[in-house]
Design a protein around this ligand. Structure first.
Ligand SMILES: Nc1nc2c(c(=O)[nH]1)N[C@H]1C(S)=C(S)[C@@H](COP(=O)(O)O)O[C@H]1N2
Ligand SMILES: [Mo]
Length: 427
């Protein structure tokens, strides 16, 4: 038996014949496209929360220059957030095997000695630390948020947001440095079936350089690079197929084996679609939602009115077919909501014509999503409702009885359930 180096700092320690520029380049190019889409859809998701509208929507201090791009999230097409966030979460989960394989393919580099050969090299390695650390941080916080139901209540958004900027800055620097060579590698003479020796000889990086990815002392191959890519791709496909159903909704929901929220109303029927937090979880006492007890308190320019549910039902009723789309990636097909338009409620308290922003508070006393701020364009949209019915029935307690907000194209978190108070005015 040959003697192999025992220390990972020695290049001969790493012996997989799969490692080399071809394998790393293919994975790198997939990530280049995928992570760019993740970054853009992530920034969109943040903007969709109206973080700049109220400290209730985002309690962290001003995002400063990183918030430069924030804009009034539109109210159409109605599936907008369903789409952008479905892509964000599904693609993020699908890319996990690619990310892990990419990190595996370059892991020998982590151990190269000396740690820095020059100032430039030291800077490059620090940027790689931000790249790898930032990438793992973003994927981990994202998955934890989707799977574990907001382990960092309230602080997920700033963590994931600031992390995204650090990660993406390092990612852009890395992509600028490496993409040309990666493209040359996959287009050029290097073949996925090249032996490590051939690959070493053809690679622009000298085989003796500490930057060479090719093992100087490879083990005999047990399967091909193409086979390894199929394995990674197969893992991605499996994750994709067991995740995407949560964004497609309807009968596909049952294929979303990895989605944590199986929680449709167990009784089925008109209210039988996904429930995020139940009334019991939110601490809603049925006694406060009864016809006698519950009043909607609406405040605006001309003062305050208190409306019973019966009184709301006497106002003009409108219908909107709208989905619920959660930041976690799941969404429902369109549901048929019926209730009072938000702009009509604004008109009751002195805003005819152009309605202002509104601050919405629920009966719920604790928890992250009991209040939300909606922007004027959302209030003005005639499809934005204080819903009293869904799919032809009273709202169920878990879907927000006696009344809930539903706004087209908005993230689910803005669709406050068990509404108690609406305060119209510029926020
Ligand atoms: N009061 C209150 N409203 C709330 C929430 C909540 O926890 N409390 N969750 C929000 C979130 S995050 C989503 S995705 C939707 C889910 O609505 P559903 O449970 O009817 O599907 O409700 C929103 N409205
Ligand atoms: Mo949500």
């Amino acid at each position: 038996m040959r003697d192999h180096p025992r220390l990972p700092t020695s290049p001969g320690f790493w012996r997989s014949p799969l490692r080399g520029p071809w394998f790393t380049s293919v994975l790198g190019l997939v990530l280049l496209a995928g992570i760019t889409v993740l970054f853009v859809t992530g920034l969109l998701s943040y903007a969709a929360y109206n973080p700049d509208l109220s400290r209730v929507n985002d309690t962290t201090p001003d995002k400063g220059i990183l918030g430069f791009y924030l804009f009034a999230w539109p109210t159409g097409p109605v599936w907008l957030y369903r789409f952008t966030q479905g892509v964000h979460v599904t693609l993020g989960i699908t890319l996990i095997p690619v990310l892990l394989a990419k990190l595996w393919s370059v892991v020998p580099r982590l151990f190269t000695l000396p740690p820095a050969r020059s100032v430039a090299h030291a800077l490059e390695r620090i940027s790689l630390l931000l790249l790898v650390g930032g990438g793992l941080f973003e994927f981990t916080t994202g998955v934890l948020n989707v799977q574990l139901d907001y382990v960092f209540p309230g602080s997920f958004y700033p963590l994931h947001f600031y992390g995204a900027w650090v990660f993406f800055a390092a990612f852009v620097a890395h992509a600028v440095l490496k993409t040309p060579a990666a493209l040359r590698t996959v287009r050029g003479r290097l073949r996925e079936d090249a032996s490590p020796a051939q690959e070493s000889a053809d690679s622009p990086v000298s085989p003796d350089s500490p930057d060479s990815l090719v093992s100087p002392d490879p083990d005999p191959p047990t399967f091909s690079r193409r086979g390894a890519l199929w394995l990674v791709g197969g893992g991605s496909l499996l994750l994709f197929l067991t995740t995407v159903g949560q964004s497609l909704g309807g009968p596909f929901r049952r294929t979303a084996l990895l989605a944590p929220h199986g929680g449709a109303d167990p009784r089925g029927g008109p209210n039988g679609f996904q429930i995020n937090k139940t009334a019991a979880y939110a601490g809603i006492d049925p006694a406060e939602t009864g016809e006698e007890a519950w009043r909607l308190v609406v405040t605006g320019r001309t003062g305050t009115v208190r409306l019973s549910r019966a009184r709301l039902l006497q106002m003009p009723q409108y219908s909107s077919s709208l989905p619920i789309a959660c930041v976690e990636g799941w969404s429902t097909a369109d549901q048929w909501w019926r209730g009072v338009r938000l702009r009509d409620l604004a008109a009751l308290v002195g805003y005819d014509g152009d309605p202002p922003d509104v601050f919405v508070e629920s009966l719920q006393r604790h928890g992250a999503f009991r209040r939300a701020a909606l922007r004027a364009n959302q209030v003005a949209d005639p499809r934005s409702l204080l819903a009293l019915h869904v799919n032809g029935e009273d709202l169920s307690p878990d879907h927000g009885y006696p009344a809930r907000i539903i706004v087209p194209a908005a993230p689910g978190v803005l669709n406050t359930k068990w509404v108690a108070r609406l305060t119209f005015g510029d926020l």
